[in-house]
Design a protein. Structure first.
Lengths: 406, 527
């Protein structure tokens, strides 16, 4: 028995809009365009921070969503072009601080307690969605090290790691990777995915996410998330941001390529996909991405290398991404990539150590992988024990860390 | 450094060999990163540039943008150049004027003006550029007293060759390709100041001994002026930055010599509507490697507007209505070492302890509102480059620490506590600035030392410190020679006590190893 009745879904697809001087159009101006599209399509299209947010209404089938994606974006492109503007569909912008997501709303659910339990169950799978959607390899002068800077930097606090909740002892919250959204709509929202550059991929991903969450909703249990499970989720989330579909996750304590996990997830929700009028064989893009371990960020990483100046990169990205199917084409000929090694303790330590400078407040070490206080403190203790950092306790500013080898 | 953003007019394929090669014709639309208007000589001109791409769609279509790097843009943004731009000691025999681009094969005549004379002439074309050689002897029949300047104009473009004295302090205007600057120079430093933006800012701080510009910014990167190298003064009003300050051009009131120092004076209006004006004076001391910067903001009573006054007469008014909360901040930035991963860091005192600050990640800020920089000093060091800059503040009014670490630059951004001003009030600060190749820092104090070449041969060493003065408490070592001397105390208005020492090593060279111990504080070593 599903907690979703009826089974519906939507996607809020955020995108920047740029003019011919490569400026991002501001939220105020976009409001007018959003209003016009909202009226024309009777869909709640709106704006976010310097972004148009294509909220695609309540959908009950893949065909319906795919049709809306095409119609809305075709029309939006036309409307924007009247003002010499282009949609810039990417998870980040090379020169600007904004991040853009593709949030999938899965409905219909009216029981918030059940939704909270469901969020706890879905949490471990979120990094797999993040790996599939990774599409922000250049952000505000950062580039090259991560396939999703958006996930790495938690979308500037707009998609932070989720944490286990108990409906008996919790409050309303916002901005986590998964989020019961009943205070706004009868849905549970999966926020971890980067904005897609490919319309087809967006439709496939949103449907897959919805079907999978519907599937988990049929076998949901009230369960506690253990410390090890939570660490696995956080490690996998970081690995997804770093390597995209080349990531190897820790899964029940063992290394597994994320592509295998996604493959299994797709199979597991076959019935729910069918309920949305689709079969996994219809997901040509996801299938090719899993086979090749190639995500959208891999297409952009070549550009990042060839155009080192962020302004040049932004200009070139804008012209390529407005094609909508540039990644679809790339995927046809892209070479398959090898899986990257699983995260080990030394890599975890090195990543945390990398965040320590001189006089770094110890709380900064919560953010490399968003470890919980106890996990983070354990790592700090390890680094101190190994002589990699020194710890200084100050009366005014609390605990400061100093790297000893730089 | 600015790049051109053009709008594509035409794209023509040239050849294909792995990458596809195209010639892109475009019209200049604006300069990046500010998207300011392009120079007048580029208006409506169709320019051409080659591009190699994997996918022709990277270029886009006619009407789309094309972004040029600063080095690609230079010949269009600054087509007129002169070599040399600066010369020291004596007039160069000839000047080479190079018009790197012109809209037609028939460029306008150039005019060279110096010593009250003007010579005009036509360029000759060589390898696509327009060249002319000018004999300086046609302007001066004997060596003039320096500094002098040869100002070259051509259409709306201008360039200048400045011939500067190689001894003695001076002030002059120079005209590098990116615009007019004011130069203060003594035997230690050459300081370039812009009056055209930021209500005055320091663009370059050349340490003359090593020919190092401590404020040089990353090369060939589109970036705002002074973001990754230079000094600017900033202002917060309530919670928001007073961004208007970035656009403010100042009037230069020239420079004057007083008390063995040279001072350059700028002033300007920050906000006419609010009655805020500002002035800044940069002073270079002859005897020591020390620059001071005195910045002031004055709040004036507004001019009366009768109509508005009548309106206001009917509205009740309280003293708070005239209150203006302002907070002083400055921002000094340097090119960061190792992409911010290691090296560049800030040093200052935190209570009784020496604090070393470098964020672990880029785009992080280290800020602590309660962190007063005791003793009134902060150093930013770049150990791999052996470049050290120390700022000195009034040790009775110490600012709070703020350090920002970007992917290209590290900046020191001290904040003073906000104050409430009313018409008739003023606020400001005096900063001391010294840069060199060695530094020392400890809870007992801090110092920066540099060297310069003596015109008679040999090396002069100088140190500026905030530490206890004392007898023979400075040791300079250059090569095998060693000298001990007293650290002497100066009372600098606005700064408090500053200690300095200078020693000459007539037989040494700049290539010799340099070391120093000052007030018992050893030089910092290692990365």
């Amino acid at each position: 028995m599903s907690i979703f009745e009826p089974q519906t879904y939507s996607v809020d697809w955020e995108s920047a809009v740029v003019d011919k001087l490569d400026r991002c159009v501001d939220s105020e101006r976009l409001t007018g365009f959003a209003g016009m599209l909202h009226k024309e399509f009777d869909l709640p299209i709106q704006t976010d921070w310097n972004a148009i947010e294509f909220a695609l209404g309540v959908n009950s089938s893949f065909a319906q969503l795919w049709d809306r994606v095409q119609q809305v974006t075709d029309r939006a492109s036309q409307v924007f072009r009247e003002y010499d503007l282009d949609i810039f569909p990417l998870g980040s912008h090379p020169t600007e601080p904004m991040f853009f997501g593709a949030h999938v709303h899965v409905g219909t659910i009216h029981d918030e307690s059940a939704a909270i339990h469901l969020a706890n169950c879905v949490t471990r799978y979120l990094p797999a969605f993040a790996a599939l959607a990774a599409n922000s390899p250049a952000s505000h002068e950062r580039k090259g090290e991560f396939k999703s800077y958006r996930v790495r930097h938690s979308a500037r606090w707009a998609s932070t790691p989720t944490f286990p909740r108990d409906p008996e002892v919790t409050q309303e919250t916002w901005g986590t990777d998964v989020l019961p959204k009943l205070y706004g709509a009868p849905t549970i929202e999966i926020r971890v995915m980067d904005s897609a550059s490919s319309r087809r991929l967006l439709a496939e991903m949103a449907t897959f996410v919805a079907a999978f969450v519907h599937h988990v909703g049929t076998r949901m249990e009230k369960r506690n998330v253990t410390k090890d499970e939570y660490r696995e989720y956080l490690n996998n989330r970081w690995t997804a941001a770093r390597y995209g579909l080349q990531a190897t996750f820790a899964w029940d304590g063992k290394p597994r390529p994320v592509t295998e996990i996604l493959d299994e997830m797709l199979d597991s929700c076959a019935a729910e996909l069918q309920a949305l009028g689709v079969d996994r064989s219809d997901f040509g893009m996801i299938d090719a991405m899993l086979r090749k371990r190639v995500c959208q960020a891999d297409y952009l990483r070549d550009l990042v290398e060839r155009y080192p100046d962020p302004f040049q990169l932004a200009s070139v990205c804008g012209k390529l991404l407005r094609q909508w199917d540039i990644f679809d084409e790339y995927l046809d000929t892209a070479p398959a990539l090898e899986p990257c090694p699983a995260l080990d303790n030394e890599t975890i330590l090195a990543e945390h150590l990398d965040w320590v400078g001189d006089g770094t407040h110890f709380y900064h070490l919560r953010y490399p992988m968003w470890y919980s206080p106890s996990l983070s403190d354990e790592l700090i203790a390890q680094m101190v024990e190994r002589g990699l950092i020194s710890r200084e306790v100050t009366p005014n500013r609390g605990t400061l860390l100093h790297r000893t080898d730089r | 450094m600015f790049g051109l953003l053009g709008k594509i007019v035409k794209i023509e394929k040239k050849e294909e060999s792995g990458l596809s090669r195209f010639e892109v014709s475009f019209k200049a639309a604006c300069t990046l990163p500010t998207r300011a208007a392009v120079p007048e000589w580029l208006k409506d001109q169709v320019l051409k540039i080659d591009r190699e791409v994997v996918d022709p769609r990277e270029l886009g279509n006619p009407g789309d943008s094309i972004v040029l790097t600063p080095s690609e843009s230079a010949r269009w943004l600054y087509p007129l150049t002169v070599a040399p731009q600066t010369a020291y000691g004596e007039l160069p025999e000839t000047l080479r004027i190079d018009l790197r681009w012109w809209k037609s094969d028939d460029p306008p005549e150039y005019a060279v003006r110096a010593n009250g004379r003007q010579i005009t002439g036509k360029f000759t074309k060589e390898d696509g550029e327009f060249l002319a050689d000018i004999r300086t002897g046609d302007f001066y029949t004997s060596q003039p007293r320096l500094p002098v300047s040869f100002r070259i104009t051509c259409d709306k473009m201008a360039a200048a060759c400045s011939v500067l004295p190689d001894d003695g302090p001076f002030w002059t205007e120079i005209l590098p390709p990116r615009g007019e600057l004011h130069r203060l120079e003594n035997e230690w430093y050459a300081v370039d100041v812009t009056a055209k933006m930021h209500a005055g800012g320091v663009v370059a701080l050349f340490e003359k001994g090593r020919q190092v510009d401590h404020f040089r910014c990353p090369e060939n990167l589109i970036q705002p002026t002074l973001k990754n190298g230079g000094h600017t003064d900033r202002l917060l009003r309530g919670w928001g930055w007073y961004d208007k300050l970035n656009e403010i051009a100042m009037t230069c009131h020239g420079a004057r010599r007083e008390g063995n120092a040279t001072s350059l004076h700028l002033d300007g209006v920050v906000d006419d509507g609010q009655g805020i004006r500002t002035s800044v004076a940069y002073t270079a001391f002859d005897a020591f490697p020390l620059i001071t910067l005195k910045r002031e903001y004055h709040v004036h009573t507004l001019k009366k507007d009768e109509a508005k006054d009548k309106e206001k007469e009917t509205a009740p008014k309280e003293p708070i209505d005239e209150a203006m909360p302002l907070k002083l901040v400055f921002r000094a930035s340097w090119r960061v070492e190792d992409n911010g991963k290691s090296g560049s860091r800030a040093l200052c005192l935190d209570g009784e302890k020496l604090a070393v600050i470098r964020t672990g990640q880029t785009q992080e800020i280290a800020f602590a509102g309660d962190w007063r920089m005791r003793q009134g000093w902060a150093i930013v060091e770049h150990p791999a480059r052996r470049e050290y800059t120390m700022y000195l503040f009034d040790d009775q009014a110490q600012p709070s620490l703020c350090v920002y670490h970007g992917p290209y630059g590290i900046s020191l951004e001290p904040h003073w506590l906000p104050v409430v001003l009313k018409p008739g009030d003023s606020i400001g600060y005096t900063l001391g600035l010294t840069a060199g190749e060695l530094c020392g820092a400890s809870p007992a104090g801090a110092w920066v030392a540099c060297r310069t070449r003596l015109s008679s041969g040999g090396v002069r060493c100088g140190v500026v410190a905030r530490a206890n003065a004392g007898e023979e408490n400075v040791t300079f070592k250059v090569g095998t020679a060693e000298r001990r001397m007293n650290l002497t105390k100066l009372l600098a208005p606005g700064l408090g006590e500053v200690c300095c020492a200078v020693a000459d090593f007539p037989d040494a060279t700049m290539e010799d190893h340099f070391d120093a111990v000052v007030a018992g504080i050893e030089a910092r070593r290692g990365l």
